[in-house]
Design a protein around this ligand. Structure first.
Ligand SMILES: [Zn+2]
Length: 146
């Protein structure tokens, strides 16, 4: 993906990219009043209408909520990667995050556990990557002793 187009985010999205760069990990905006997570970033909290918020580093753990497969790319920098998938990741914080992946589309499944990380693309832009994680969601009932 050398030479691929690097977007120039603005306003609150630029703030989010800068927060991720500063933390060197995925951050998500969180209401300072009621602690509700929100992404993409917004000026007001939808839950309590507070204007106070902060970008908080998160683990980046989540699951594949959805994905789209690109068989062609308008960006020459992505030609060699086709066909590639763009993921909608449901983070553990219950917000969705768009992410690239090196996984081939045939290896993806909805609900698959993934781990997100960031790649610095410029002083103003991070690309989020999501790769399958070994961690399987624990949906079993709690063990009743050992
Ligand atoms: Zn709130």
């Amino acid at each position: 993906m050398i030479g691929s187009y690097v977007p120039r985010p603005e306003w609150l999205m630029l703030d989010w990219h800068h927060a991720c760069l500063e933390a060197d990990m995925v951050t998500i905006q969180r209401c300072a009043s009621c602690a509700t997570w929100r992404h993409p970033p917004r000026r007001f909290c939808a839950a309590c209408r507070s204007r106070e918020s902060a970008f908080v580093p998160v683990s980046g753990a989540g699951t594949v909520r959805s994905y789209a497969v690109s068989h062609r790319s308008m960006d020459p920098g992505w030609h060699e990667a086709t066909p590639y998938a763009t993921l909608v990741v449901a983070l553990d914080e219950q917000v969705s995050l768009l992410a690239a992946t090196t996984s081939t589309p045939n290896d993806l499944a909805l609900g698959m556990p993934v781990q997100c990380s960031i790649e610095r693309r410029s002083d103003d832009f991070v690309l989020v990557w999501a790769e399958p994680s070994d961690e399987t969601p624990d949906i079993r009932p709690a063990a009743s002793g050992r």
